[in-house]
Design a protein around this ligand. Structure first.
Ligand code: PMP
Length: 318
């Protein structure tokens, strides 16, 4: 009989146990960037959490599930009460995914210019959408969601991902511990883009508490008018209540052009077909790594490229 522990020399890992969709959130692979780091000092390694491995396709499965679980426990959801929030896409997809499997109706305020892929995915998952003025961006969607809630508080559970501590706590409870385990505590720098800031806040707090001396680097667009979907330009945006500006050691700005170029490099040199904010995160992680003699730089790739395919210019460029 064939040896099933290896096949053509490749180790076969234990299959996951059968279970529910919620049980396969998190525990994503930590992938090393090898070719894009070949020019760095040999003592420097760069890794990224491959968050598109989550069932809803992005990192936002973690906070969405934690917010839903906490609300169910506190009796704020259930009996047909509608989960309401604003979203630029990924959080909505995560809410709609778990809403569908748990039988919770979902209503989302979303800028009308969100990519057509995102809108179609949300509709496929059965979410009710309230489209908001594209010129007002994610802040316009946020205002709309809070307006809907003010009008009918009895109908909704307003999840409010920007202010809800269950957002960052999800990363404190999962993303942080996974990174410590996957790097055997050797991480020296953590880089994350700022949207709600949940990823940076929760993961950063855990890393600081566990390891003490880890440098936390926030990543944000270089201007209010940018193409980095999922990220916020904090100086000009409505500040999320969960954002603690004292937490990061520094903030590095990225241009949309640099993020776009990096997305193609990740695809063509690492085989990683990721979204635009992953390009921004990788650009900063590699910049940080290039200034080191030694270290382990970890970042997060929030989603894959599929939802951005309608931007053909981006993918087919040189
Ligand atoms: N990238 C993408 C593609 C996202 O959807 C988000 C969430 N808005 C982020 C990055 C930022 O994550 P966070 O909200 O945890 O700061």
């Amino acid at each position: 009989m064939a040896d099933i522990s290896t096949l053509s020399g490749v180790k076969i890992y234990k299959a996951r146990e059968a279970g529910n969709l919620e049980d396969v959130v998190g525990n994503t692979p930590l992938l090393q960037l090898r070719r894009l780091t070949a020019h760095l000092n040999p003592g420097v390694r760069v890794f990224a959490k491959a968050e598109w491995f989550n069932p809803g396709g992005s990192i936002k499965d973690r906070p969405a599930l934690n917010i839903i679980r906490k609300a169910l426990k506190q009796g704020k959801l259930g009996d047909g009460r509608i989960l309401l929030d604003s979203t630029s896409g990924n959080m909505g997809i995560a809410y709609a995914t778990f809403g569908a499997t748990l039988g919770i109706p979902v209503t989302l305020a979303i800028p009308a210019n969100a990519s057509s892929e995102r809108i179609s995915i949300l509709k496929a998952l059965g979410a009710k959408l309230v489209l908001t003025d594209p010129l007002e961006g994610s802040d316009g969607a946020l205002r709309k969601a809070s307006e809907l809630y003010e009008k009918h508080p009895e109908k909704y559970f307003y999840a409010n991902q920007y202010d809800n501590p269950a957002n960052w706590e999800a990363h404190y409870l999962s993303t942080g511990p996974e990174i410590v385990e996957q790097t055997q505590g050797e991480i020296t720098h953590f880089v994350a883009g700022l949207g709600t800031s949940g990823t940076l806040t929760g993961t950063g707090r855990y890393l600081r508490e566990m390891l003490g001396k880890v440098e936390l680097i926030a990543t944000q667009p270089d201007s209010p008018f940018h193409g980095l979907e999922g990220l916020k330009h904090m100086p000009t945006a409505i500040k999320p209540a969960i954002f603690d500006p004292q937490l990061p050691d520094r903030t590095q700005e990225v241009t949309t052009e640099d993020a776009h170029r990096m997305v193609l490099q990740l695809a063509r040199q690492e085989g990683l077909f990721v979204g635009i904010s992953s390009g921004a995160a990788a650009w900063v992680a590699l910049k940080v790594a290039s200034e080191l003699d030694q270290g382990v730089v970890v970042t997060v790739f929030p989603d894959a490229g599929y939802k951005y395919l309608s931007d053909r210019q981006l993918w087919e460029g040189n």
